[in-house]
Design a protein around this ligand. Structure first.
Ligand code: FES
Ligand code: FES
Length: 172
């Protein structure tokens, strides 16, 4: 098989069965962007920034550092599955409400990462949220953190818990 030969990779992509035609060396990021899903961004390509974050079988991965072939038979969710222009996810709404976006390049990865964290740990502390934040080169982190905390408060209230100002939770 030559380096340029393509192989099919069968995935459940944002809820739909898809076959991605990939080259052996393609990253999952390459394959997704070639398939028209450009929400995951190409930045450092060294697993340092999180701009390319996607969920693979529900687990957050850096798609720049994951081979497309590794996705065979697996479930992928990208930022495109979280919300649509006409029906944004509440976390996306919170980012808008807090003007937590400047150029926007890092925002899909940041939102997907924060969403994954709060799905796994709705009571994540402020320190955990800060630690998990993906890199942003222009907005800074004050507004994104405010947006995430507002979303977390709403999430916890809906589940009958409350968050203290430092982000830790308290029983109702
Ligand atoms: S582009 Fe993948 S972690 Fe930065
Ligand atoms: S908003 Fe520009 S890099 Fe984050």
């Amino acid at each position: 098989m030559s380096r340029d030969d393509r192989v099919p990779v069968h995935v459940l992509l944002n809820g739909a069965e898809r076959t991605l035609d990939v080259q052996m060396h393609d990253s999952l990021l390459d394959a997704l962007r070639e398939a028209g899903l450009v929400g995951a961004k190409r930045a450092c390509e060294t697993s340092d920034c999180g701009a390319c974050a996607v969920l693979l079988d529900g687990k957050l991965v850096n798609s720049c550092s994951t081979l497309a072939l590794q996705a065979e038979g697996r479930r992928i969710e990208t930022i495109e599955a979280l919300g649509r222009r006409e029906a944004l996810h509440p976390l996306q709404e919170a980012f808008l409400a807090h003007a937590a976006v400047q150029c926007g390049f890092c925002i899909p990865g940041m939102i997907l990462t924060m969403h994954a964290l709060l799905e796994r740990r709705p009571d994540a502390s402020l320190a955990e949220i800060r630690d998990a934040l993906t890199l942003c080169r222009c907005t800074g982190y004050t507004k994104p953190i405010a947006a995430v905390l507002e979303y977390q408060r709403a999430l916890l209230a809906a589940r009958g818990a409350t968050a203290s100002p430092d982000g830790s939770t308290e029983a109702p």
